[in-house]
Structures are given as structure tokens and as C-alpha cells.
Ligand binder design. Structure first.
Ligand code: NAD
Length: 477
């Protein structure tokens, strides 16, 4: 059992003021594997006060000092790789094939922030003015469960690179991963107060951070509904807010695509991170002229997806993170059928075979066709391995369907003609458009149009988001 009864404030592990205990589970078995004592509003306030005390000194540090500190943090997290890998599999259910990325990414984001900082122009000349990029103050960093260590380290890296201090509120469902990351960050030996980590409920600790007058900036990753609540809570004190929210990403297969390449890519885009990914390509737009072939190939590919034991190296879809998430996916599969979509693979219930005797929150990789873009399963984020084929007549209609969503996080365009794919990509309203690829570039901005969010993370845009320009004019400038 993993009993976690401390939070991290002012450079020390302390007992929370909050007394609520929250069960941690292994999603592959449904068994309780530990318990975390949650922080409350009082803990949030103590953590904010510590970050506020640390800010005046830290905000005046230079690049070299911050670069060294980011490398120390990166090395410290890298040193806990094995523990983190274990926790990501046991607590989140990440398949081993995916888990490696999830434990290397947090290290990489810290190192990339150090690299970025080296060339970042904090002082610029604009007309007769000297413009200085100033750190905003205390940053509240609120993260979801689906890539816990990566989000904690990514947001912290940008905040510290900018000269902000931080209060981090990770998801209560990933407390074990948070504990390991916290121990690692503590081992790096930073001055107290630079970062504080308070695991607690969103509507208590998250809400306290989002409304506190001493917090200047919120960087949030999570659902669109919570993002809107945070924006409202932050309005009274006019906090700067970055929101990384949900998606309903289209994968457009153009009629000239090489299907032997396009279908595996489309299925990987849909089912990455067991379908629990904001960037999942969950709407597969297929030209009617090739619909039957695309349906047959996609069905075969989905049926071949190995869903089950996350420790099996051939597994690509592990269990859903929680019973609630499992039930949510089941409900959407039922809604899909009720609204008239045609089930080609998967469906309700657990996958057969390999998992006999377990109560794990496994779902069947599911494929629908005959989906219209106004159906619930084409409009709402399911956050599980459910892929919908939506037929289209011509390129114009494909672009219209792709853009007919409240979201705009990511899109995929698959074609045999890259110039044509590029023309289509130029017309898609999304923060990232990937052409014949699942590429990621940490230097490129990441974030959403429309209700997928506000602002950008990663690279220089991500750093800008923790800074405010200040112009100096007149004599001596
Ligand atoms: P969630 O919105 O339920 O929770 C995210 C975090 O917000 C948690 O730490 C939670 O405790 C906290 N929270 C909840 N209510 C709050 C409130 N009123 N005030 C402040 N904080 C509050 O999301 P989740 O279920 O943990 O994660 C899944 C969602 O995250 C999906 O919608 C997914 O698309 C989104 N997501 C987006 C990105 C992105 O980069 N755009 C990446 C990953 C996940």
C-alpha cells in the first residue's frame, strides 16, 4: 500500500491541514493500492504565501542561475526514472509501450526549458523604448491525471525559466506519481518556496488557487468545463490565464492517401495514451469514394489493437484511469448506437480473453462508421479508444466538417500529395496540424483555437505566457 500523507510547502514535506483521505487504485485490477491525505484551502493559502515570499529574490536571478537550476531538476527527475515508470503503469495504467515516453518527457521539458532560456531575449529594443520581459509573480499550475509528471514538470519549467515561483495542484488521482516527482524535485535542493505542491480536490484547492489575489498567473491543463470555471474564478483579480483544454481532433484522409500508411497512423492518432489524450484524432474523415476500403482496413486495424494488461509490451490500449472514466466511455458507446452510428469493431463491455478474473477498467477499442458530424460521439470528447468514421464527398466538405467543432486543438491530414495536404492544412482551424505524421516538436507552440483553450505552451510562446512586457522610455534608456 502506498500511503501518502504529506504535501510540499516551502521546501519541506509537511502534514496537510486537510484531513480527507482519497483512495488510489490500480486501474488494471480495480484494487485500492493506497491512500492520499488531501490538502485543503488552508494548505493552498500556506503554499501561496511561501511562493510569494520566495518571489522577490528569485525573480531577480539571472539566466545562468535558472539554467543551472533547471538542469538540476532535470537530472533529479531522471534519477527517479524507474520508480516513476512503475507508478505510471500501476497508478495510471499506461501500457509499457507508452510509459517510457511518459517518464522521459518530464525530464526533456526541464532540459528544453534550460536550452530555450539561453537564447531568450528578456530585454528588447522597440523604437526608443527598452522593453523588459518581467516575471508575473506567483503562478498556480493545475494539472490533469493523464500525463501527470509531464504536466507538472512542463509548467514548472516554464514558470521557473521566467522567474516566477509556483504552487502546483496536481490531479488527486495521480498522487503516487506526484509523490515521486516531488521527492525528485526536492532532491535537487532549490531554495525553499520556489515550488510548492499541494495535492487536493479541484473544487477546493484548485478553486482557492484560481481566486487568490496573490496568484498572478494560472496555467491549467484539463477539461473545457473546468477551464471555464477557472477563467471565471480568475476574472476578479484579472489573472493571466493559460488554458490547455479538450479536443475533438479530425484526421482527414484525402482520396489520394496511401492507405497502408494512413490507416495505421489514423488508428495510432485515435488510440494514443489509451485514447485518453486531448490531441487524439477521434473523427476520421473518409472520402466516400474510398469509404468501403477505409472501413474494412480500419476495422481490421482496430481489431488488431491489443487492449489489456499494461505490462504486456504488445498492449497499446491499457485500462481507463478510473471507474468513472470507464463508465463514461461505455455511455458514449451506447449513445453512438442509439443515435444510429454503425458499430464496426469493439462495443460495450470489457475485451474478451486475456483479462479473465480481473475487475480492471478495460474497454474495447471501438470503431463506428456512418457517423454524422452532428452526432454526440462526433461532438463531445470521449477520452477513451472510440473512433468515428465520418464520410465526406469532396475536399471542401472535408475541411468544413473538420472545422465544424467547438474545439481546435490538433488535426491530422493524410495524403499522397504533400502540397495538397499543405493547402488543406492551411485551412484547418487548430493549434497544430500534422501532415502524414504524429510528430511533436517541443520548440513549436502547443495549444488550442476556440474552446480548446487560451494561450500556448512550449517554446518561446510558452515562456512569454509567464512574463509581462514593461517599457522604459525617456532619459538614460
Ligand atoms: P479536469 O478538468 O477534471 O481536472 C483537471 C485538474 O483541474 C485536476 O487537477 C482537477 O482537480 C482540477 N479542478 C477540477 N475542478 C476545478 C476547479 N473548479 N477549479 C480549479 N481546478 C479544478 O480534467 P481531467 O479529467 O483531470 O483531465 C482530462 C481532461 O484534460 C480532458 O478534457 C482533456 O482533453 C484535457 N487535457 C487537455 C490537454 C491539453 O494540453 N490541451 C492535455 C491533457 C488533457
Amino acid at each position: 500500500m502506498h500511503d501518502i500523507d504529506t504535501i510540499y510547502i516551502d521546501g519541506r514535506f509537511v502534514t496537510p491541514h486537510g484531513t480527507e483521505l482519497f483512495d488510489l487504485h490500480n486501474p488494471a485490477t480495480g484494487a485500492v493500492t493506497g491512500r492520499v491525505r488531501l490538502a485543503d484551502e488552508e494548505d493552498a493559502r500556506t503554499a501561496i504565501a511561501a511562493a510569494k515570499r520566495a518571489f522577490p529574490t528569485f525573480s531577480r536571478t539571472g539566466k545562468a542561475e535558472r539554467i543551472a537550476l533547471l538542469h538540476r531538476l532535470g537530472d533529479a527527475v531522471a534519477a527517479r526514472r524507474d520508480d516513476l515508470l512503475d507508478a505510471v503503469i500501476d497508478e495510471y495504467g499506461a501500457p509499457v509501450s507508452r510509459a517510457a515516453f511518459m517518464v522521459d518527457h518530464p525530464v526533456n521539458v526541464l532540459r528544453e526549458a534550460a536550452e530555450l532560456l539561453a537564447d531568450y531575449p528578456f530585454v528588447r529594443r522597440m523604437g526608443t523604448a527598452e522593453v523588459r520581459m518581467e516575471p508575473l509573480g506567483v503562478a498556480g499550475l493545475i494539472t490533469p491525471w493523464n500525463s501527470n509528471a509531464g504536466f507538472i514538470c512542463g509548467k514548472l519549467a516554464a514558470a521557473l525559466a521566467a522567474g516566477c515561483t509556483a504552487v502546483i495542484k496536481p490531479s488527486e488521482m495521480s498522487a503516487r506519481q506526484t509523490q515521486i516527482v516531488t521527492e525528485a524535485l526536492h532532491a535537487a535542493g532549490l531554495p525553499p518556496g520556489l515550488f510548492n505542491i499541494v495535492t487536493g480536490r479541484g473544487d477546493r484547492v484548485g478553486a482557492a488557487i484560481s481566486s487568490h489575489p496573490d496568484v498572478a498567473k494560472i496555467s491549467f491543463t484539463g477539461s473545457t468545463a473546468t477551464g471555464k470555471a477557472i477563467l471565471r474564478a480568475a476574472a476578479d483579480t484579472l489573472k493571466r490565464v493559460t488554458l490547455e483544454l479538450g479536443g475533438k481532433s479530425p484526421t482527414i484522409i484525402l482520396d489520394d492517401a496511401d492507405l497502408s500508411r494512413a490507416i495505421p497512423l489514423a488508428v495510432s492518432a485515435a488510440f494514443m495514451n489509451s485514447g485518453q489524450a486531448c490531441i487524439a484524432g477521434t473523427r476520421l474523415l473518409a472520402p466516400r469514394s474510398r469509404l468501403a476500403t477505409i472501413e474494412a482496413l480500419t476495422k481490421a486495424a482496430v481489431e488488431a489493437v491489443r487492449a489489456g494488461d499494461p505490462r504486456d509490451p504488445e498492449t497499446t490500449v491499457g485500462p481507463m484511469v478510473s471507474r468513472t472514466q470507464w463508465e463514461r466511455v461505455q455511455r458514449y458507446i451506447r449513445i453512438g448506437m442509439e443515435e444510429g452510428a454503425v458499430l464496426l469493431a469493439g462495443g460495450e463491455g470489457r475485451p474478451e480473453g486475456r483479462l479473465d478474473g480481473t475487475e480492471g477498467w478495460f474497454v474495447r477499442p471501438t470503431l463506428f462508421t456512418g457517423v454524422r458530424n452532428d452526432m454526440t460521439i462526433a461532438r463531445e470528447e470521449i477520452f477513451g479508444p472510440v473512433l468515428s468514421i465520418i464520410p465526406y464527398e469532396d475536399e471542401e466538405e472535408a475541411i468544413a466538417i473538420a472545422n465544424d467543432t467547438v474545439y481546435g486543438l490538433q488535426a491530422y491530414v493524410l495524403s499522397g500529395d504533400t502540397a495538397r495536404a499543405r493547402r488543406v492544412a492551411d485551412r484547418i482551424v487548430a493549434g497544430r496540424v500534422l501532415i502524414n505524421s504524429l510528430a511533436h516538436d517541443p520548440k513549436a507552440p502547443f495549444g488550442g483555437f476556440k474552446q480548446s483553450g487560451i494561450g500556448r505552451e512550449y517554446g518561446s510562446f510558452g515562456l512569454d505566457a509567464f512574463l509581462e512586457p514593461k517599457s522604459l522610455l525617456g532619459e538614460g534608456v
